[in-house]
Ligand binder design. Structure first.
Ligand code: GLN
Length: 495
């Protein structure tokens, strides 16, 4: 078989089971593609030895007829996941040199399911960003370009390396994390599928914390079937994470029938934003039409507190981040600043944190400490928490009225150029998350499915939001949408 790196998870799994290829061959094809794609800056720590060792072990298991769900399938892991003995820096200078003594639950579960880790993937520093431009490793670059224009585009963020790697076929799939949209937005920008499960589905243990009440891990894959396979391997109860839910994990793949007859799909009027490009409007309307043609009932709904979601998110997420990031002080792990004669512990903290954190992270820490300060706690943090409750209730009301899933655009635009937003006011960048943060605030599952191209030839995604714990049903609706949209475009190879 040729071009093995271009396969998806299900295709590769089936080929392995039939003996048409081996995990070592698949892994070598990916390693070769990775080495030829340094221009994308997607893989920031390559682990070929670990990969080949795991691939050999997987081939043995397959031969012995003992192949678990992801056996022998080569994937990339976002740098936010702690991986034992392998640099895990959250794309930050402050974690330079940090090699964890332990493995995150999710990456361990993937390894237990037989997956082969190819290396660690670029991302925004501490997962703060929407363009992968805050990374200490430099920008990840999208494999996509606008027509013949060779300007470099963002793959989205924060899981930009994961998105670029999957879209460019450097791996079969990758892990991502999503606090406000970091799986769904980069998936939409690069023409791949990404699902953020219900809060509590995946263990957060061993994933560097950004905003603990919002963070969730999820798969970034080439199609919906692959998302179902990989999500099942990633989720499940973990006693090491008190917010992980003790709820059985169904066989998500078995739920992909494509039958959505009688499902009620809500179209929330508040997501129709001023200044939204006509192409996005059209994509959204087309998506609704496709679901209707597949037998679903399309209903107009209202989620009245939507407009407060972004401001509430940008209070809550920095508040939690400022607390989570207090642990990086140069004492126990990571990088410590050079100290001058006479410097004490305060200077060590100050210098280490000033040098170790990039601008966006520092901005979030400052905003977070401000909104949590005694004088402003009620005005900002408590108010944002109340808004969050109202946003959650908006969704609960709609689901109680019989809506099964909600269809929205995934992003307000296609991918923008690297550097195009860096001079802008940071709020411009934050606006990227306008359709995705509501889902994290409410703890719901959300999936982005590639659904079309804009006039410059760039991918656009649609988001489906599901009921809590009903990822199987959500994946099935996404599967029907995927089949109807028939998105097959791939970026032209220039790297
Ligand atoms: N772009 C959002 C932020 O900067 C979301 C990031 C994420 O989901 N990790 O906070």
């Amino acid at each position: 078989m040729s071009d093995l790196n271009k396969l998806g998870l299900a295709e590769a799994r089936d080929a392995l089971r039939k003996g048409e290829t081996t995990s070592v061959e698949l892994t070598e094809a990916c390693l070769k593609a990775i080495d030829a794609a340094d221009a994308l800056n997607a893989f920031v720590h390559k682990t070929p030895e670990i990969a080949l060792e795991r691939a050999k072990a997987a081939d043995e298991r397959i031969k012995a007829g003992d192949a678990p769900a992801m056996c022998g399938l080569p994937i990339g892991i976002k740098d936010l996941f702690c991986t034992k003995g392998v640099p895990s820096q959250a794309a930050s200078r402050i974690l330079e040199g940090f090699k964890p003594e332990y493995e995150s639950t999710v990456s361990q579960q993937l390894a237990d399911a037989g997956a082969v880790m190819l290396g660690k993937l670029n991302m925004d520093e501490f997962a703060m960003g929407s363009s992968n431009e805050t990374s200490v490793y430099g920008n990840a670059v999208s494999p996509w370009r606008r027509g013949n224009d060779d300007a470099q585009l963002t793959p989205g963020g924060s899981s930009g390396g994961s998105a670029a790697a999957v879209a460019a076929d450097l791996c079969l799939a990758a892990t991502g994390t999503d606090t406000g949209g970091s799986i769904r937005q980069p998936a939409a920008f690069t023409g791949i599928t990404g699902i953020k499960p219900t809060y509590g589905r995946c263990s957060r243990w061993g994933i560097v914390a950004f905003a603990s009440s919002l963070d969730q891990a999820g798969p970034m894959t080439k199609n919906v079937r692959d998302a179902a396979i990989m999500l099942e391997a990633m989720c499940g109860h973990d006693p090491k994470d008190s917010t992980s839910a003790d709820i059985p994990v169904p066989n998500f793949e078995a739920m992909l029938t494509g039958d959505i007859k009688g499902k009620k799909i809500g179209i929330p009027k508040e997501y129709r934003m001023d200044g939204m490009p006509a192409e996005i409007e059209k994509l959204w309307a087309d998506g609704a039409e496709m679901l209707r043609d597949a037998g679903a009932e399309i209903v107009d709904i209202s989620l009245p507190h939507t407009k407060y979601a972004l401001p509430a998110y940008y209070v809550i997420a920095p508040a939690e981040a400022s607390s989570n990031l207090a642990r990086y002080d140069g004492v126990r792990y990571g990088r410590r600043a050079q100290l001058a004669q006479g410097d004490g512990i305060t200077e060590m903290y100050e210098k280490t944190r000033a040098e170790g954190f990039g601008h966006e992270v520092q901005r979030r820490v400052m905003v977070g400490t401000y909104v949590l300060s005694a004088g402003f706690y009620d005005a900002y943090y408590n108010r944002a928490r109340k808004v969050r409750t109202l946003i959650k209730k908006d969704f609960e009301d709609v689901f109680a009225a019989g809506v099964d899933a909600i269809l929205t655009p995934a992003t307000p635009s296609a991918a923008f150029g690297l550097g195009e937003m860096t001079e802008a006011d940071p709020v411009q960048m934050y606006l990227n998350d306008v359709f995705t943060v509501t889902v994290n605030l409410a703890g719901l599952p959300g999936i982005s499915v590639p659904a079309g191209l804009d006039k410059q030839g760039l991918p656009l995604g649609l988001q489906l939001i599901g009921r809590p714990w009903e990822e199987g049903d959500l994946l099935n609706t996404a599967y029907a949408l995927e089949a109807a949209a028939g998105f097959v475009a791939k970026p032209g190879k220039w790297w």
